[in-house]
Design a protein around this ligand. Structure first.
Ligand SMILES: [Fe+2]
Length: 202
């Protein structure tokens, strides 16, 4: 009876030792103490990069909205002004997440966005290409979560990826419409009118 109890204690201890071993060998821990060692320095750097890029996107779309409005495309200008605001909301996702993990976000310098465009179609094409680029960045964020065993940050990376799927679809839909019906003045007017009425094209 006593031996049985001692055997069971040994078994439990070996389970504990094994699980401790797994923790120390399988899960990466950070030297960053403010997050309790849960988020690695590499991830923190990527999170700061993410918020900077979202704020850059906001300025790029503001720049595009300025061009569109200046050239009489009031519907598209309204849409791109909305995009500009949405990007600030995306940046806030990172600020809120970092603060919730007790990590101080780092405000970095934002590069100047493009301010000169050849045409309205040029704006639509550049917006689409920009969203593809941002999606690649978000996929890198998700891959790094996987590589760093960072299951805390993974849901945030997925949130960005889901958002990007939507952004790409919207940017591509406008280009598809131009491609399908041509870029004549009347078609561009019709597209702009539908955007002015708040129609979501896709
Ligand atoms: Fe965004």
């Amino acid at each position: 009876m006593i031996n049985g109890y001692e055997d069971e204690k040994k078994l439990i201890q070996s389970d504990i030792d094994r699980s401790n071993q797994n923790i120390s060998t399988d899960v990466k821990v950070s030297e960053n103490e403010s997050s309790g060692g849960l988020i690695t320095d590499k991830m923190i750097s990527l999170l700061n990069y993410r918020l900077n890029e979202e704020e850059y996107s906001s300025r790029l779309y503001k720049s595009m909205a300025n061009y569109l409005r200046f050239n009489g495309n009031f519907g598209a200008a309204k849409l791109y002004d909305n995009y500009s605001q949405e990007e600030l909301e995306h940046a806030k996702w990172v600020y809120d997440y970092m603060q919730s993990m007790n990590i101080m976000p780092e405000i970095r310098e934002i590069r100047k966005p493009d301010c000169e465009f050849e045409s309205v179609i040029d704006v639509y094409e550049r917006a689409y290409n920009h969203e593809i680029e941002i999606t690649k960045q978000c996929l890198t964020l998700a891959k790094t979560c996987k590589d760093e065993d960072d299951f805390m940050t993974m849901p945030l990376a997925h949130k960005y990826i889901n958002e990007q799927r939507d952004e790409i679809a919207k940017a591509k839909a406008i280009l598809d419409r131009v491609k399908a019906f041509g870029g004549s003045d009347i078609i561009m007017y019709e597209i702009d009118e539908s955007l002015l009425e708040g129609e979501v094209i896709y």
